[in-house]
Design a protein around this ligand. Structure first.
Ligand SMILES: Cc1ncc(COP(=O)(O)O)c(C=O)c1O
Length: 399
């Protein structure tokens, strides 16, 4: 049996739309991107959504918005030490300084106690990551943010469909940044999107994704039937607003072909989510029998986990290493991924932060001993049972 890590569903509707778009020759960001944004915002329960070219760009642009709202270059953003490296990279690429806080080993998420210690005069935002789709402790994070007048930007890259106290991930902070990469629950192949209730933020995001232009309307007549835009030259003699650059920007637009894949994904979103959640919750239940040696996350009563993947952490009591487990799973046809790294101490790019091994014990432990495997919509009960049987077989020979 083969259990690949991820999959992508490209619907017949997406294929038809792609044909239509190719024939229209209107391929760069246009009406299908707008349609995808509108539908995504409705799904998350946010007023606005702004599509970009990757989840990393979603993180980066959400942060860069803060320059319009009082932040200065070099200000500090608090992020969990454990995440996919894109979280830390995006903070730097946006021109901010990442300040790392250790995670809770049980939830994999930023430990609120460590946030408080990391706050300085220069802190502007907290960027919790809902790792593996498990919502971060948002009530406590928002309470801390409120007290210190900080923004909260969710890195919801892995948290499509996650819910915290009845609200969806992406609607819990000031902005939510999602990845739409292939292995994710909603995919545009490559892509990202930022959700927000703040229309002023959304407007700045539309400018940022297109070089910082003054051209940033929610709907664009140039992308529809009309070829003339009143606003474009109505700039009091200041010229074409497409060549007025209001802020330092990026080149991060989504294209129409990507939006077509995303629109098809939204049509079958509930189906994908249900299937993945069924797989994840079944596996979480079954894996509990092994928890002396291998531990996963738990679903709390106040939440639904966004079923991105199944994390597993090899425990101290085990007589086997992560590598031995990985070898067994891979040989058995089960694709594995490491459960990321402690960015400040296990990614050499962050050496300049001056941290040393031991500074983030929980993130480092997971970085050395964690893996994750797929729970995607192409898997069913037989595949889930195969995963559990394979783990059981391994543990029988190694405990
Ligand atoms: C937590 C987290 N943040 C950011 C990203 C970046 O997303 P992308 O690969 O679409 O740039 C990912 C990627 O999956 C991620 O897992």
């Amino acid at each position: 049996m083969r259990i690949p890590f991820g999959t992508i569903s490209v619907t017949e509707k997406s294929k038809d739309l792609i044909q239509e778009i190719l024939h229209s020759n209107r391929l760069s960001s246009g009406r299908y991107v707008r349609e995808f944004e509108k539908k995504f915002a409705e799904l998350v329960g946010a007023k606005e959504a702004v599509a970009v070219s990757s989840g990393t760009d979603a993180d980066m642009l959400a942060l860069a918005v803060l320059y319009d709202f009082g932040a200065e270059r070099g200000d500090e953003i608090i992020v969990p030490a454990l995440s996919f490296v894109a979280t830390g990279n995006a903070v730097l690429a946006a021109g901010f300084t990442p300040v790392f806080a250790d995670v809770d080993r049980k939830t994999l998420n930023i430990d609120p106690l460590r946030i408080e210690e990391a706050i300085t005069e220069k802190t502007r935002a907290i960027m919790p990551v809902h790792l593996m789709g498990k919502p971060a402790d948002m009530d406590v994070i928002k309470e801390i943010a409120g007290r210190h007048k900080l923004y909260v930007i969710e890195d919801a890259a892995e948290a499509h469909g996650a819910e915290y106290k009845g609200k969806r991930a992406g609607s819990l902070g000031d902005m939510g940044a999602f990845s739409l990469y292939v292995a994710h629950i909603i995919s545009t192949v490559e892509g990202g999107i930022i959700s927000t209730d703040n229309e002023a933020f959304a407007e700045v995001l539309r400018s940022l994704r297109s070089h910082g232009r003054a051209c940033k309307c929610k709907s664009c007549v140039l992308n529809t039937a009309s070829a003339y835009c009143e606003k474009r030259f109505g700039n009091n003699g200041g010229g074409d607003i497409r060549f007025v650059f209001e802020r330092i920007g990026f080149s991060s637009k989504m294209n129409e072909l990507e939006a077509a894949v995303g629109i098809g994904n939204l049509d079958i979103y509930q189906e994908i989510l249900n299937k993945r959640r069924e797989n994840l919750y079944y596996l979480l239940e079954k894996i509990r029998q092994f928890n002396r040696y291998i531990v996963s996350i738990e679903k709390g009563p106040h939440e639904e986990i966004g079923p991105h993947a199944l994390p597993m952490i090899v425990q101290e009591e085990s007589r086997f290493t992560r590598n031995q487990l990985v070898k067994h799973l891979e040989k058995s046809g089960i694709d594995t991924r490491d459960l990321f790294t402690s960015m400040p101490t296990q990614c050499c790019g962050f050496k300049f932060t001056g941290h040393k091994p031991g500074d983030f014990p929980n993130a480092e432990y997971i970085g050395k001993n964690g893996i994750h495997i797929g729970v995607h919509q192409d898997l069913g009960k037989a595949e889930c049972d195969y995963i559990i049987d394979t783990l059981e077989e391994f543990l029988t020979g190694n405990t």
